[in-house]
Design a protein around this ligand. Sequence first.
Ligand code: NAD
Length: 472
Amino acid sequence: ISASADRITNICCIGAGYVGGPTCAVIAAKCPEIRITVVDRDPARISAWNSDTLPVYEPGLDALVKRQRNINLVFSTDIDRAIDEAQLIFIAVNTPPMHHHTHVSSLGAKPDLSAVSDCARRIARVSLTDKIVVAKSTVPCGACATIAQMLRDNAQSGVRFSVLSNPEFLSEGTAVRDLLHPDRILIGGDDMVAQDRLKAVYMHWVPEPNILTMNMWSSELAKLASNAMLAQRVSSINSISAICEAVGANISEVAAGCGSDSRIGSKFLRPSLGFGGSCFHKDIASLIWLSESLGLPEVAEYWHQVLALNRFQIRRFVARILADASRGDGSSGLQGRRVACLGFAFKEGTGDTRNTPAADVCCELLRNGATLSVYDPKVSRHHIVDRLAAAAGTDCSVDSVTVCADAYSAIAGSDIVVVLTAWSEFRVIDWEQALKLMAKPAYVFDGQIVLDHDRLRQLGFNVFSIGHTHVT
Ligand code: NAD
């Protein structure tokens, strides 16, 4: 490639979402000589990035964006102009699964690459000079080769493109920290000059040994495999948590016992209501689809079980609530019971509710007749209501859901507290006060193992926690 200058000084990023926004803020902060323009087809998103209230909540992001916005970070809806001016273009648009998945019985799903294809065609049409095009979106193996072909097919005469795969590994809730201190950066491709140019951008702050160059397929597959293996760890420990409840074991002790083996490691071994978020389900579905399309049904089935176990964990949790806290006076299920749901985001540290296990638990409780008071420190009322309405479908109504402004208002008047997100602020609730506000007997079901269960029992709560022997 003969990109106009040796060093990259102008970058465009298409897609101003959870990945595009934070990634570009960090690049802008670390590379003062680079001007970076983040564009999106959604004007509301762009105006939010230009406002006081950013569209994404991440610790540290606010200060970073607000500082760089005045220097070398621009948010704009003028996509064509940003493409035209850039030497390097990140594609960071969303790649949702093609079919909507709500049940475990669904097998693989090919990701919908239409947004990525739109970007490729647009880049080809607009570009009058050579460009490096970098796929940051998570795409299945072979997608970068398809992007390269689309660029060639639609290019203005004489314009050449070099395509790289550069998947993103940030986690929501710790995005800024992950971007500042990445374990590794993968750059997949066959054009070494282009690889070196992108590498030079990252070398502003990432140590060279942490930047791995490889072929395109390896880079694409390493991203899918990483997410699948992380999700698999969650399902592995959750499968053990079910055994703990049936025997006398304590999942926290088991996790410590396993995790101190250096080959296993202690991270990502906290039992929970399962994984959520926009990526794990989708990327495993993509891996299952890939395995099936390559004639590897055994591999597909293996990863399918990771998803199945994730659903099982929610079913088990709700069954436990029903078994312990139904009235037992002949009325069915949780009819007449008020449940305080603490947390709604798919994990702590984020306001994201995509695929949140909390929505599945809430819907099951509603189907069983419960009335809900929901509180999450970072998710807005309308987000909670919209997400629940979408998850509930037609067979249950969200009319009996109240969204509360703090934990105490959610707890007041309730029979049952369920912890659905591991926000640390739930630890410091004054539980003595909470007990006074609740109907008796008072139940706590801790789906995230964040509370001090012994102390709650001393105070007089009936406590159940995932992965701990069930005591009645
Ligand atoms: P997102 O939905 O938050 O943002 C995507 C943005 O792209 C949206 O604002 C949308 O309006 C915009 N967009 C879509 N099509 C467009 C088009 N044709 N032209 C211009 N803009 C367009 O998605 P995200 O969470 O940032 O994820 C982006 C990609 O990164 C996905 O492939 C995802 O799998 C991957 N990823 C996400 C995470 C994460 O934690 N969210 C982590 C690693 C990788």
